[in-house]
Ligand binder design. Structure first.
Ligand code: HEC
Length: 292
């Protein structure tokens, strides 16, 4: 008879399996504080204890039938620590005598075959795999576990909710509160490339839309370049519908408009203008002296 798995390992395994099943069938349900979870654990524990007692009875009966020598060997094996036994069963080589006992009575060309029993770790993995497979199939069929689409929808919804939460608390950006920052100007460059370059040219040098690097402006609704650009993004051009009201029509968010306005401020106020000689569009509108 094989040495038996100690009770504490069996209890740990049962606990793990029940936990695993809850994780698959009721993830995120806060099952740790749910009475059902602990009831299932207690039932699992009771079943383990019953199986253990039945095992004990068979063991006693079997033990009595052994010869003195075998009894000693069995007791010695039982005393060996579980993990050492497991390790030995994985790596121990048989002696020639043991091999002779399990050699199979057929061979070819001098090659013979041994009727080895499978190593414990292999059997353990195999049984674990089988149990996992059954639980997985049920979980897949009857719960939301492992459904990519459902997991995606769940995550997506929770992300949307957290964005909404953030926007509730984040300060609202408006024409009054928007302000320039050098960091925004850097991020604004990318946004300018994807939203504005088609009309205002690389670096704002002008094209269909006016050159944004020079000091002439068709529209001057505000006192600073930064606010003026923000105003244009919010309201669009009063003269030319090509320059749309990007914020109002929902193309860009107020926060992105703040970044883009910072970038346009940068190319207009902090670096040299792109002149006609350098491929820029000719100035349009009136020269403006900004107040801020
Ligand atoms: C479809 C082409 C087009 C796109 C895209 C566009 N604009 Fe314009 N924009 C124009 C035109 C045309 C004008 C001139 C409007 C006028 O005559 O009043 C203009 C004017 C402006 C002005 C005022 C310039 C002045 O001299 O009065 C600013 C600032 C501006 N755009 C910024 C932007 C920014 C920032 C973006 C990107 C979010 C953008 N535009 C995207 C075509 C466009």
């Amino acid at each position: 008879m094989k040495a038996r798995t100690p009770l504490y390992i069996q209890i740990l395994l049962t606990f793990g399996l029940v936990w695993f099943a809850f994780e698959m069938f009721a993830p995120d349900s806060g099952y740790f504080s749910n009475i059902l979870f602990w009831l299932s654990q207690i039932i699992g524990l009771l079943v383990t204890l019953i199986v253990k007692s039945v095992g004990d009875l068979t063991e006693i009966k079997y033990f009595k039938s052994l010869s003195e020598e075998d009894k000693k060997a069995y007791v010695a094996l039982q005393k060996m620590p579980f993990f050492k036994r497991l390790w030995d069963s994985a790596v121990k080589k048989q002696s020639v005598k043991e091999e002779n006992a399990i050699i199979i009575d057929h061979g070819f060309d001098g090659i013979t075959e041994l009727d080895n029993s499978l190593p414990k770790w292999w059997l353990g993995l195999f049984y674990f795999g089988c149990i996992y497979c059954v639980i997985y199939m049920f979980a897949y069929a009857f719960s939301d576990f492992a459904h990519q689409e459902k997991e995606y929808t769940k995550e997506y919804t929770s992300q949307l909710a957290s964005i909404e939460e953030y926007e509730k608390t984040a300060p609202k950006i408006t024409l009054e509160t928007a302000k320039y920052s050098a960091e925004d100007a850097k991020e604004g460059e990318e946004l300018f490339k994807s939203n504005c370059v088609s009309c205002h040219g690389d670096g704002g040098k002008g094209g269909i839309g006016p050159n944004l690097t020079d000091q002439n402006w068709i529209n001057h609704e505000e006192k600073s370049v930064f606010k003026n650009v923000y105003w244009m993004l919010e309201n669009g051009s009063p003269n030319n519908p090509a320059m749309r009201a990007f914020i109002k029509d929902g193309t860009i968010s107020p926060r992105d408009a703040e970044k883009i306005s910072s970038y346009v401020y940068h190319i207009n106020q902090e670096v040299a203008p792109i002149t006609v000689k350098e491929g820029g569009a000719a100035p349009q509108g009136d020269p403006v002296k900004w107040e801020e």
